[in-house]
Design a protein around this ligand. Structure first.
Ligand code: NAD
Length: 454
C-alpha cells in the first residue's frame, strides 16, 4: 500500500497490507494476550498509558511531521493535535480508577450487592484519518485501561501515524499481544467484521458506519459509531462583535481544511446583520494562507484525498447553478497537490448540496434568516445530529434553541471543540454511543452484578 504525500504527491512509504490470514493470526494472539492483560492491576495498566503520554511529548516533532506528510494538515495543527491527545490521555489517567472501581450498592444488608466492571475482551477499533491521534485516543486508551485487547485499524490515510502509535505503546509497556495494528483499506476492515470480536468502535463516514452496524448486528456485541455531521452555526442579531464572530466561525469552518467531524458546515445569519457579517467573513477568508503544510504560517494545506477536489467542485457548481453568490475561492488549485481554495457561498439554501451534504472541505454556505425560529427549523433540517452552535449575547436566547436541537453537543459562543470531560456523541446519522467523559470510560467495560449472602 503506497502512502502518498497529498502536498506533492510523492510516495513517502510502501506499507505491507495485512491479509485475511495475517489478521486472523493477530486476532488469536490478542485473544490470548488480553486474558493476561486483564489480570494486570489497573494501576499498572494506567502507568503504561502514562508513559505513552510522556513518549508522545518526547517525540512530538517527529510525530507531527509524519502526520503532516501523510494527511496534509499544517504542521502547527499537527502539533496542536498531539498536545490535545496528551490532554485527553491525562483525563483518562486521572479519572479511570474512579469510574472502574467496584461499586457497592448495599454493603450493610444481609445480602450485600456490588457492581464490578469487567473488560469486554478483544475490541476492533476502525479509525478515521482526519484526527488520527484524537479519534484513536478516544477509543484505544480507555479500552486498554479497561483491560481489553485492541485490534487497531488506522485509516489507510493515516497508517504511518498508526505505526508510530503502536511503536510507542509497546515502548511504554503495553504487551505486543494486547494492542496490534492492522494495516489496510476496506478489505482489512471487513476482515475485522468477520472475526468474532467482543465490540466494534468505529470512527468514519455514515455510509461505512451503517454498513458495519448492519454486518455485526446479529452478534449482539457493543457497537459504537462516531460519524459525520453537517453542523450548523447561527449568528443572532445581538452579537457584540460581528467581526470577531465571523473570524471564530471561519476558524470553525476551515481548521484542518474543514476536515473535522464537527467543523462548521453551514451558517445562518439574522437578516439585521447579514450583509456586514457576510462581508467580514469573506474578507477574512480571502486572507487565509494556502500552501505547503510544513511551512510556517500556512493555514490551509492540501486535502487528504484527491477525490475530494471533484466532490467539492460539484458542490460549488451545484450551489452556483441554483443562485448561490460566490464570495471567495470556488476552485480546485491546478498543479501538484490536492488543493482547494477556501470557498464562501452566500445566499445558499437547502436545495443546494453545500447546505445538506457533508462537505468535509474548506467550503461553506451562508444563509439569511428572519428569526430564531426560522434558524432553528433550518438547523434541524438534516439527517445528522453531531453539534450545533449559537452566537448571541444572551445565554437565555441560546438555551431556548438548545433544548429543541437534536444534537449530541451544543455550543454557546464557541464551535468546533471537544472536551475530554464531556461525552462526545452523535445523534441520528452522526452516530451511536459516546466516547470521552465518564461515559467513554465505561463504554469499554461490562457490568457484573454480585449478590453476596453470608
Ligand atoms: P470512512 O468511512 O471512509 O473510513 C473510516 C474507516 O473505515 C477507515 O479505516 C476505512 O479503511 C474503514 N472502512 C472503509 N470501508 C470499510 C468496510 N466496508 N468495512 C470495514 N471498514 C471499512 O471515513 P473517513 O474518510 O476515514 O473519515 C471521514 C468521516 O469520518 C467523515 O464523515 C467525518 O465526519 C467522520 N468522523 C467523525 C468523527 C466523530 O467523532 N463523530 C471523527 C472523525 C471523523
Amino acid at each position: 500500500m503506497k502512502i502518498i504525500n497529498p502536498f506533492d504527491e510523492s510516495v513517502i512509504a510502501d506499507v505491507q497490507e495485512d491479509t485475511r490470514s495475517s489478521i486472523s493470526e493477530k486476532y488469536r494472539a490478542v485473544k490470548n494476550g488480553q486474558q493476561k492483560w486483564a489480570l494486570v492491576p489497573l494501576k499498572e495498566r494506567i502507568a503504561c498509558i502514562s508513559r505513552f503520554c510522556g513518549l508522545l511529548e518526547e517525540e512530538k516533532d517527529t510525530l507531527a511531521l509524519t502526520l503532516t506528510q501523510e494527511m496534509g494538515k499544517p504542521l502547527w495543527q499537527s502539533q496542536n493535535e498531539l498536545a490535545g491527545a496528551q490532554s485527553r490521555i491525562r483525563f483518562f489517567i486521572e479519572n479511570s480508577e474512579k469510574w472502574l472501581a467496584d461499586e457497592w450498592i448495599t454493603e450493610e444488608a444481609a445480602t450485600r450487592e456490588k457492581i464490578v466492571y469487567e473488560p469486554l475482551g478483544v475490541i476492533g477499533n476502525i479509525s478515521a484519518w482526519n484526527y488520527p491521534y484524537l479519534v484513536g485516543v478516544n477509543v484505544f486508551i480507555p479500552a486498554l485501561i479497561g483491560g481489553n485487547g485492541v485490534l487497531y485499524k488506522p485509516s489507510e490515510y493515516a497508517t504511518l501515524t498508526g505505526a508510530h502509535i503502536q511503536r510507542l505503546l509497546y515502548k511504554s509497556g503495553i504487551p505486543e499481544d494486547v494492542f496490534v495494528l492492522v494495516a489496510g483499506k476496506a478489505e482489512a476492515g471487513q476482515a475485522l467484521l468477520d472475526l468474532p470480536l467482543d465490540g466494534y468502535y468505529f470512527t468514519g463516514s455514515f455510509k461505512t458506519g451503517q454498513y458495519i452496524a448492519s454486518q455485526v448486528a446479529g452478534r449482539l456485541v457493543p457497537v459504537q459509531l462516531e460519524l459525520g455531521g453537517k453542523d450548523p452555526l447561527y449568528v443572532a442579531d445581538d452579537v457584540a462583535d460581528l467581526r470577531q464572530v465571523a473570524e471564530a466561525a471561519l476558524e470553525g469552518a476551515m481548521y484542518n481544511n474543514g476536515q473535522s467531524c464537527c467543523a462548521v458546515e453551514r451558517i445562518y445569519v439574522h437578516e439585521n446583520i447579514y450583509e456586514p457579517f457576510v462581508e467580514a467573513f469573506a474578507e477574512a477568508t480571502q486572507k487565509m494562507k494556502t500552501g505547503d503544510p510544513a511551512a510556517e504560517g500556512t493555514e490551509i494545506g492540501p486535502l487528504s484525498r484527491k477525490e475530494q477536489q471533484a466532490f467539492l467542485t460539484d458542490q460549488v457548481s451545484d450551489a452556483l447553478s441554483k443562485g448561490g453568490r460566490l464570495l471567495a475561492g470556488g476552485h480546485a488549485i491546478a498543479g501538484k497537490g490536492y488543493f482547494f481554495e477556501p470557498t464562501v457561498i452566500a445566499d445558499a439554501d437547502h436545495t443546494m448540496k453545500i447546505m445538506t451534504e457533508e462537505s468535509f472541505g474548506p467550503v461553506i454556505g451562508i444563509r439569511k434568516v428572519s428569526s430564531d425560529e426560522e434558524a432553528l427549523e433550518l438547523m434541524q433540517d438534516t439527517p445528522y445530529g453531531l453539534t450545533a452552535a449559537v452566537y448571541s449575547s444572551s445565554e437565555e436566547r441560546a438555551h431556548r434553541l438548545f433544548s429543541r436541537l437534536n444534537t449530541g453537543t451544543v455550543y454557546w459562543n464557541c464551535c468546533d471543540r471537544v472536551s475530554a470531560g464531556l461525552p462526545w456523541s452523535g445523534r441520528k446519522n452522526s452516530g451511536l454511543g459516546a466516547t470521552l467523559s465518564h461515559l467513554g470510560i465505561r463504554a469499554f467495560v461490562q457490568p457484573k452484578a454480585y449478590h453476596l449472602r453470608g
